[in-house]
Structure formats: structure tokens, C-alpha cells
Design a protein around this ligand. Structure first.
Ligand code: FAD
Ligand code: FES
Ligand code: FES
Length: 463
């Protein structure tokens, strides 16, 4: 934790936020919502990857101690310079008057420090995006954005391996230089990952569970999946892409394999939560959460994904579309673990698209979302899979709509109105805070039209 090595006997289900504030008396990290929304509690979590420390911003209010064992935690106190003057991020915020009541400022500074330590190009846009999980209630965004712009400009001179640069130029204190060595010394001390004990409550990133039941989890018997190497990784096996269930949204974004299959993935991921949540949220957690609007459930449903389950030594596989039996009801025993997720690799004639509408473009859950996967031969659709969220009690695979699409010509789409009629007959949206039932019927139809607009434009761009 910052410069200090911590060995502790506190319950692993306790949140890092409570540990750092109340056990370590580091009060710079603030508590706003305790739901992952405001970013006041943002910390950096560093892990050793191929000899280098990689830092990710996370919301400490949703982060159990068990998920950070063997990592370097950086709080706002940990980015203060030894000499006492402001570091570059603090100075830029101060110069721009980017802090009013100051409550949110530590979170912003920590996110900016994470940007400095990361591999993203030093542009103002990327610096601002790094703070997409931070909310300022005093609304000083323009001055914060200008401060982010100054930081991006100053980073333009930094070499690829920039830790020395960051320390020499007052972005970070010098103790960062010795962290990799300290963390390496911990490796092997963590012991084996918890064996899959069906009796333990499974925690992925905790971004769903800790919003719902943080207090109950403190002293629960838990199995932490996030750092279990057996549940990580994205690989190609014959004609399948196979990924561990503890892969996070950010892991997908960084995977060269995944980016090659889905060149537009950054565009999709941008619509999902915020950087800190994407750094924590696992795909397995998104499936088991069973929200009718789970973005990755909808995404992988259209890909014909399979989940590979394990309980003790018993293993079985199930199509993702068969996992959902009713609202938050799963065709899976409570203590079955999703180990892996696989989906067939699209061929070069296949088209995939994901669309999401929410009340805000970013950092919001969907009113309606949908994905489509289509195989095309000679301008005809040979196979189609269309999924839709927010329009029924479970994430839906629109099977009749998908079958209707087969054999249709892309040249003449006089079938669109009939297609939408079938889609409407397969859904039963309810009116709620995300929109009225009528609005959701309308939205899904518009998003289906959008899939085909995107397809038309992409095909036109190829000719
Ligand atoms: C601020 C905020 C914004 C969000 N925005 C979005 C959004 O835009 N789109 C969206 O889809 N979701 C969103 N979410 C919801 C959440 O982040 C996702 O559903 C996430 O993928 C859950 O994954 P997790 O690993 O954090 O789940 P956890 O909270 O760790 O677990 C969720 C459930 O899954 C079980 N579980 C986890 N992994 C496994 C496994 N491998 N096998 C068996 N059971 C398992 C747990 O026991 C628990 O019941 C948001 C959440 C927050 C806090
Ligand atoms: S307290 Fe708001 S995100 Fe953690
Ligand atoms: S400065 Fe007051 S909440 Fe951001």
C-alpha cells in the first residue's frame, strides 16, 4: 500500500476502501456513493506483468481485500512527492482552478496518475477518457479537462518505458521505482489459488455483488476468481475463441486476439460502464448477474457462445442462450463455477455488430441493447443470430427473427418491416425507469435497423 508492505488478518471480504480509510487512516480516498458510480474512492492497483508494473484504476468501494493480494495499491497519499511540492497532476489541477469543494479531486488525480502510468497515447482525449469514472458534483469539468490536456502535452516527451521519466519530472514519487522488485518478492508467497470449493461464494470483480451486499460479504466464505490464472487468458483453439471466465472487459480490450476478431471492440466497450469498472468487471460475472440488459451477455449471445461449468470435479457445457430460465433464474446450480467461455470464430464473410441505447451515452446501463451476427454468401444471409436486452425478463435470443433472416437478400431489403414485426412479437418489454414499454419496442426496432445500416456502410466501404 503506497510505500508500505502490508500483511493483514482482516477478513478478505472487507472492502479496500474501508481498509485504507479506517485501518490505515488514509483519509484522502473519499466515500461518495459506494456503488462504483462516482469515482471518489478511486485507487490504482498495480500488478507485475512480464517484469513491469501495470496499473489500473479501480473503485475501492467495490474491491474486496481478497482481490488485491500481492498487488501494489496506490492511494492519493501514494502519489505525493517526497519533496512536498505538488506533483504534475496536482499542479495542473491547481493551475486550472479545477477543484472547488475538493471532494472529488483525489479521485481525479489518482485516475490521471493512472493515465500517466499507462500505455495510452498522450492525447487530451485519452487523458479525459481515463477520468470517465469520476464525477464532480461541483461541475468544474472544463477546468478539469484543461488540466488533463496539460498533462497529455507534458507526457509527449516520455519514452515508451516511462517510469524513470515520470519520477524525474515530478509526476510520481521515487518509491515507484522499487515497486516491481518488492512485488516480485511476494510472488509465490500467495499460495495456490483457492480450489473450487462449491461451498464458497464466488467473487469475480465484485462490481455487482458489492453494490448489492457489501456488508454481508465482509465475513462470508469467499472464493476470489479475479486473480486465478486458470480463469484468465484468451486463446484460439481450432475454430474457437476460448476465454477464462475471470477475463475483464479491459482484458478483452487489450487482447490482440479479441481486437482482431472485433476491430470495433473499443467503440462497443466505451458504451459499457467506466474505465475503473471495466478494469474489474468479469465476463463470468456479467453472465451470472443475469441482468436482462447485461451488455456482454447480449454480445456473447449473438456469437452463439457456450459456457463451460464446473462443480468439484464434475464438468459440463451449456449454450449461453440456455443459461437463462426466468428473471434472474439460471440453469446452473448455485455453486457451479463458470470456468470458461467459448464461441466459434467468425469467418471473413461474417458480420457482427453491437448497439446500445441508454439514458446517457456513457456510464449508464442500457434501456435496450442488441447484437447481431450474420453469415453472408453472394449477398444472401445464410445464418443470423440476433440478441436483445431490456425487452424481456431475461437476455433474449430472438430465435424466430434470426431464422426469418436466413436466405434473405441484402440487395433488396423489402423484408425489413416483416422482420421488425416478428422481432416485436418475440419481446415483452415492461415500463420502468429506463423507459416505457412502447419506447422499448420502438428502440429495438430502430437498433435492428441500425445493425443493417452499419452492415450496408461497412460493405460499401469494402467495394
Ligand atoms: C458503476 C457500474 C456501472 C455498470 N455498468 C454496466 C454496464 O454498462 N453494462 C453492464 O452490462 N453491466 C454494468 N455494470 C454491472 C457489472 O459491472 C457487470 O455485470 C459485471 O460484468 C459483473 O461482473 P463482476 O465480475 O464484477 O461480478 P461479481 O459482482 O463478482 O459477481 C456477480 C455474480 O456472478 C457470480 N460469479 C462471478 N463470476 C462467476 C463465475 N466465474 N462462475 C460462477 N459465478 C460467478 C457471483 O457469485 C455473483 O453472483 C455496472 C456496475 C457498476 C457498479
Ligand atoms: S464511493 Fe463512489 S465509486 Fe466508490
Ligand atoms: S470539486 Fe466539489 S465535487 Fe468536485
Amino acid at each position: 500500500l503506497n510505500e508500505k508492505e502490508i500483511a493483514c488478518t482482516r477478513p478478505p471480504g472487507m472492502t479496500l476502501l474501508d481498509f485504507i480509510r479506517y485501518e490505515q487512516n488514509l483519509k484522502g480516498t473519499k466515500i461518495g456513493c459506494r456503488e462504483g458510480d462516482c469515482g471518489a474512492c478511486t485507487v490504482l492497483v498495480g500488478s507485475l506483468q512480464q517484469g513491469r508494473m501495470q496499473y489500473k484504476s479501480m473503485t475501492s468501494c467495490l474491491l474486496p481485500l481478497g482481490n488485491v493480494q500481492g498487488n501494489h495499491i496506490v492511494t492519493i497519499e501514494g502519489v505525493n512527492l517526497e519533496q512536498g511540492q505538488l506533483n504534475q497532476c496536482q499542479q495542473a489541477m491547481s493551475d486550472e482552478g479545477a477543484t472547488q469543494c475538493g471532494f472529488c479531486t483525489p479521485g481525479f488525480i489518482v485516475s490521471l496518475a493512472g493515465f500517466c502510468l499507462g500505455d495510452k497515447l498522450p492525447t487530451k482525449e485519452n487523458a479525459i477518457a481515463a477520468m470517465d469514472g469520476n464525477i464532480c458534483r461541483c461541475t468544474g469539468y472544463k477546468s478539469i479537462e484543461r488540466a488533463a490536456g496539460h498533462i497529455a502535452t507534458k507526457l509527449e516527451q516520455a519514452p515508451a518505458d516511462k517510469l524513470e521519466f515520470l519520477v524525474a519530472n515530478n509526476f510520481l514519487p521515487s518509491h515507484f521505482k522499487s515497486v516491481a522488485k518488492k512485488i516480485a518478492a511476494f510472488q509465490g508467497l500467495n499460495g495456490e489459488p483457492e480450489k473450487n470449493n462449491p461451498a464458497l461464494k464466488k467473487i469475480g470483480g465484485g462490481t455487482d455483488l458489492y453494490v448489492q451486499q457489501a456488508d454481508a460479504l465482509i465475513n462470508a466464505d469467499l472464493q476470489f476468481l479475479s486473480n486465478d490464472e486458470q480463469l484468465k487468458g484468451i486463446v484460439l483453439e481450432k475454430n474457437l475463441c476460448v476465454m477464462g471466465s475471470a477475463v475483464t472487459v479491459s482484458d478483452l480490450k487489450q487482447s490482440t486476439i479479441f481486437r482482431k476478431i472485433f476491430p470495433k471492440f473499443d467503440q462497443y466497450a466505451k458504451l459499457v460502464s467506466s474505465t475503473p469498472i471495466r478494469n474489474m468487471a468479469t465476463i463470468g460475472g456479467n453472465f451470472v448477474n443475469a441482468s436482462p440488459i447485461g451488455d456482454f451477455t447480449i454480445f456473447f449471445l449473438a456469437l452463439g457462445a457456450t459456457v463451460h461449468l464446473r462443480k468439484g470435479n464434475e464438468k459440463r457445457s451449456l449454450y449461453l442462450r440456455d443459461l437463462y430460465t426466468g428473471y434472474k433464474q439460471l440453469a446452473k446450480e448455485k455453486d457451479e463455477l463458470i470456468e470458461k467461455i467459448s464461441f466459434p470464430l467468425p469467418s471473413k464473410n461474417d458480420f457482427f455488430n453491437f448497439e446500445k441505447i441508454s439514458k446517457r451515452t456513457h456510464l449508464d446501463i442500457a434501456s435496450v441493447n442488441t447484437a447481431i451476427s450474420i453469415s453472408i454468401e453472394n449477398n444472401n444471409i445464410t445464418k443470423a443470430t440476433l440478441s436483445a436486452g431490456g425487452v424481456g425478463p431475461v437476455p433474449l435470443l430472438l430465435s424466430r427473427t434470426s431464422i426469418f433472416l436466413e436466405g434473405k437478400s441484402l440487395g433488396i431489403n423489402d423484408w425489413m418491416e416483416d422482420l421488425l414485426k416478428i422481432a416485436r412479437s418475440e419481446i415483452a418489454p415492461i415500463s420502468d425507469a429506463r423507459g416505457s414499454s412502447d419506447y422499448k419496442y420502438f428502440l429495438l426496432c430502430q437498433l435492428i435497423r441500425a445493425h443493417f445500416e452499419v452492415l450496408k456502410n461497412e460493405r460499401a466501404a469494402l467495394t
